[in-house]
Design a protein. Structure first.
Lengths: 295, 247
């Protein structure tokens, strides 16, 4: 049973990253109509940003959680202003190729300087209150041992996902965003600066990827190709969930992480392929994904 | 509010030009749609563009709104040149647009649709005033926007631009496809708005409806304004009108 719970936890953690990344992809796709293949590279940049902050400036994990998404988000907005905006109205293929190229360049640059092996990033050991040493250590839940950092990643990701959902589905800003996804021309004719909103949306999606990168750094180390490995699975998650829905991508992200974890326990041989098998099945039955609209 | 009305009343008696369009040309991609459109709208007027399908009426509205990519000539609004401004800047000058397809957002509920256009200046209608004009909307606030009937969608499309404080409204075929009783309600609404000092530029195919609300008409044909007359000259122009519209 211990092993089952452990795999469930691993599944939830992977699911957290799937959810954060596919959520960003969904937001970007909705607004920019671009399949952002650079998402994995931007996730990696988030982790590296945390690494640089710590090792070059002595700025620790908690600040990195805020600073890295902003820094990488700004980098994303520069990409959007200088390159992606010119693809508006063109076929999806152009955006996909451009962002794929950006991903290769960014990963190549980081690989050139840092090689392919991982750089360590420690779990934060502050604030220290009584016996607590930041997010280090673990708690015995009785039925299993829970490393605190892993529990933190799951809960914090869930909170960020739900906050993003709330922002988009329940606020005035979100209403602008949803309306502009449907009919940007009309929203602009109401007096809203839609191009600026598109840039900020891309920044938001990229910021979510960078945030996932920071969260992942203490678990998976900081590697130039950390995003390239993950993004393939995330795209499968997005295909299964469907591009159009915010809540859909959150739920699908967590659910597929858990399914992967369960497969690791019951039939480990299939754990690396189960997501892709599901993708094929979903594509056969419902090509727009479980919750998606036609693109 | 009283100050505003006074100001508009003065402007009206002075007959100040709110919108003046001259030698407007516009293109959809490669196709040249407008070939030199000239007309003006004075404060407090309801002006109607009449013409056959494809004559360029909608394109004229969209050009004023800045939605048509390529346009030349001159569009002046309250003395400001807006010919080359982006549509969000034009909206912020105080022009509100209600498109022919109504543009109700499916992913927004009625309340969100109603509150979507940002307030661009003070003096817009309050929600209570809007619900007084369109009582139906109040009961459907939580419905999905596109679940409304065609008439309710049209009311929503007009209602949401009344909140913004824009005093110049462009309505593109607001009666299209609607039942007579609803057309009548929209007619009353336009008359009411006019009496409150709104200036309205209307595009209509339904000439009988237009004649109940309009002060002046312009006839659009092949991307040009070819004629214009006041409502008082209507009977004298009936024969010409039949030829223009082919009815």
């Amino acid at each position: 049973m211990q092993a089952l719970y452990a795999q469930l936890l691993v599944g939830l953690i992977n699911g957290s990253f799937y959810a954060l990344l596919s959520l960003g992809l969904a937001v970007i796709f909705g607004m920019l109509n671009i399949i952002n293949f650079a998402h994995g590279a931007l996730y990696m940049m988030g982790a590296f940003c945390a690494y640089f902050l710590l090792n070059l400036a002595g700025i620790g994990y908690w600040w990195a959680l805020i600073i890295a998404p902003i820094v990488v988000g700004i980098f994303g907005m520069i990409l959007e202003r200088t390159m992606l905006q010119w693809l508006a109205g063109l076929d999806h293929l152009y955006g996909l190729l451009l962002t794929f190229g950006i991903a290769l360049i960014v990963q190549g640059v980081f690989q050139n300087y840092f090689g392919s092996s991982g750089l360590p990033y420690a779990i934060p050991d502050y604030p220290q209150i009584g016996d607590w040493r930041g997010l280090q250590g673990g708690i015995n839940l009785g039925f299993m041992f829970l490393p605190i950092y892993r529990g933190w990643v799951v809960i914090f990701s869930l909170v960020v996902c739900l906050a993003t959902w709330f922002l988009i589905e329940k606020t005035q800003l979100g209403a602008y965003l949803r309306a502009a996804t449907e009919n940007p021309t009309l929203v602009r004719a109401f007096g809203i600066n839609v191009p600026r909103m598109i840039t900020l949306t891309y920044g938001l999606g990229v910021g979510l990827a960078a945030l996932a990168g920071v969260l992942s750094a203490p678990i998976n180390q900081v590697r130039p190709l950390m995003g390239a490995d993950l993004i393939i699975v995330v795209f499968a998650v997005v295909v299964i969930g469907g591009m159009g829905s915010i809540m859909g991508s959150i739920i699908t992200g967590f659910a597929l992480g858990v399914i992967e974890g369960l497969t690791k326990y019951f039939y480990p041989e299939a754990s690396n392929t189960v997501v892709f098998v599901l993708m094929v099945l979903v594509l056969l039955v419902k090509p727009t994904g479980l919750t998606g609209r036609a693109a | 509010m009283p100050d505003l009305k006074m100001a508009e009343a003065t402007a009206k008696s002075a007959g100040a030009e709110v919108l003046s369009v001259s030698e407007l040309q516009a293109w959809y991609g490669e196709s040249h749609i407008l070939h030199g459109v000239n007309f003006n709208v004075k404060a407090g007027e309801v002006v109607t563009l009449l013409g056959r399908n494809g004559a360029g009426k909608t394109t004229t509205l969209k050009s004023v709104m800045g939605i048509i990519g390529k346009r030349t000539g001159s569009i002046r609004f309250n003395g400001q040149d807006i010919t080359r401004a982006s549509s969000d800047r034009i909206a912020r000058q105080g022009i509100a647009f209600c498109p022919e397809e109504r543009g109700i957002f499916a992913s927004l509920d009625v309340r969100e649709n109603l509150l979507l256009p940002p307030v661009v200046r003070s003096g817009g209608l309050s929600l209570d005033q809007i619900f007084e004009l369109f009582p139906n909307l109040k009961e459907r606030l939580n419905s999905q926007g596109t679940k409304l009937s065609g008439g309710e969608q049209q009311m929503l499309a007009i209602a949401r631009i009344l909140r913004t404080g824009a005093r110049f409204l462009m309505l593109d075929e607001p009666t299209e496809g609607l039942a007579p009783v609803i057309i009548q309600q929209i007619g009353h609404t336009i008359a009411r708005l006019k009496s409150e000092g709104f200036t309205i530029l209307l595009v209509e195919q339904n000439f009988r409806f237009a004649s109940t609300v309009a002060d002046r008409y312009y006839i659009v044909e092949h991307g040009k304004v070819i004629d214009g007359f006041a409502n008082s000259e209507l009977s004298a122009n009936m024969d010409k009108l039949h030829t223009y519209l082919g009815v």
